[in-house]
Design a protein around this ligand. Structure first.
Ligand code: AOF
Ligand code: ZN
Length: 370
């Protein structure tokens, strides 16, 4: 590993400290190096707060030495957003060498930051661990280039692509490491979505534990007919301390009375579409974009994921593969409902990443429809 890569790895590790907390902004880390030593570090913690470069300069607390180099995982910004441009702060601080990981895909920046720095006489090295740095920002990269939320789904499957036995036994197919990784990705997304069937069967809380603190994303329950609203015990997501973070996504077929009942409990409801009792995913996407929800992590069940895929609205797929076989025609597949005649009209993943997690393996990537 080159020295540049070593310092960039450190900046990446710093960026990760903002994991899931920076939406709609990216994860960004920075380190300042003088005479081959790291003398300051910074990362972007939250939208509206200073950028990684500024945090590193502040941590240094003095003027950088003449030969100082700034390492940053993302091209420094050059516009006035919620905060002033980092390019100006870098030039002002007298930094003469900047090493960058990924180019900022934000059309307002994309390469302009490099140009501005160079015009001011700053040496710029681009593309150090560019792929790793870009991979930090699956959601941001998608959002800033398309204006749309990233719809991702997670599943844990056997080697034969099954998620449950014929009797419905599914706990647990994957091991502890894979499940912990799934939780970490849950924390990455600002919102999580499940179907009515999953709420009724498992009554999940859909929170994540981070550093001993329970964190709650926006929790979407897809329930076109409001089957989850009952006179008996209500699901945890409608009654727990985070219920104001729950949004039921439904249709006019769900019934206005039930919507009022939910609202009275402090639970929000989005009534989308009109003609069918199934929620229209395009309408849902549009509403998420309007509300500034940049990514949704669909965790199940199989019915919801399959509908999302059939509607060609799934953007990204996480699949944890366990070394287990059911070899039973009557066991349950995660995704179904399509007719795939030839390999040429199969759905494929792109920009695929593989990770080994104990005995299991994660394969993930962007979904490309034929
Ligand atoms: C950086 N370093 O740490 C971040 C950057 O509204 P603002 O001022 O926070 O600007 C947000 C934009 O700045 C965002 O869309 C992205 O292009 C860039 N984010 N850039 O150099 C950082 N968070
Ligand atoms: Zn900036």
């Amino acid at each position: 590993m080159s020295q540049d890569e070593t310092f960039m790895r450190r900046a990446i590790a710093g960026a990760r400290r903002g994991w899931g907390a920076t939406h709609p902004n990216p994860l960004v880390g920075a380190v300042i190096v003088e005479a081959g030593e790291i003398v300051a570090e910074g990362y972007h913690a939250k939208a509206g707060e200073p950028h990684a470069e500024i945090m590193a300069l502040r941590a240094l607390g003095r003027r950088p030495q003449a030969g100082a180099t700034l390492y940053v995982t993302l091209e420094p910004c050059c516009t006035h957003g919620r905060t002033p441009p980092c390019t100006a702060a870098i030039i002002e601080a007298g930094i003469r060498h900047v090493v960058v990981g990924a180019t900022d895909p934000n059309p307002e920046h994309a390469g302009k930051g490099y140009g501005l720095l160079r015009a001011a006489g700053v040496e710029v090295t681009e593309g150090v661990l560019a792929r790793e740095c870009a991979d930090l920002n699956l959601i941001f990269n998608h959002w800033i280039t398309t204006g749309q939320p990233l719809f991702a789904a997670k599943s844990g499957v056997t080697l034969d692509g099954k998620v449950a036995t014929r009797t419905g036994d599914s706990k647990w197919i994957t091991g502890a490491e894979a499940r912990a990784d799934g939780h970490a990705w849950r924390r990455y997304f600002p919102a999580i979505a499940v179907g009515a069937g999953t709420v009724r069967a498992d009554n999940p809380r859909l929170t994540a534990r981070v550093g001993g603190v329970e964190w709650c994303p926006w929790r979407f329950v897809f329930d076109g007919l409001l089957r989850t609203v009952t006179d008996k015990a209500m699901p945890a997501v409608y009654t727990d301390e985070f219920r104001e973070r729950t949004i039921v996504v439904t249709t006019p077929h769900g019934g206005l009375g039930y919507v009022r009942k939910l609202n009275a409990m402090g639970v929000k409801a989005w009534v989308l579409g009109a003609n069918t009792p199934k929620v229209n995913f395009q309408d849902f996407r549009t509403r998420c974009a309007q509300e500034g929800i940049t990514g949704v992590f669909f965790e199940g069940g199989a019915q919801l994921l399959s509908e999302l895929l059939q509607a060609r609205e799934l953007d990204y797929l996480f699949t944890y593969h366990a070394p287990v076989l059911f070899a039973d025609d009557k066991s349950k597949s995660i995704l179904r409902g399509l007719r795939t005649e030839t390999l040429a009209n199969a759905i494929r993943l792109e920009q695929v990443r593989h990770e080994v997690l104990g005995d299991d393996a994660l394969m993930r990537g962007f979904v490309r429809y034929p």
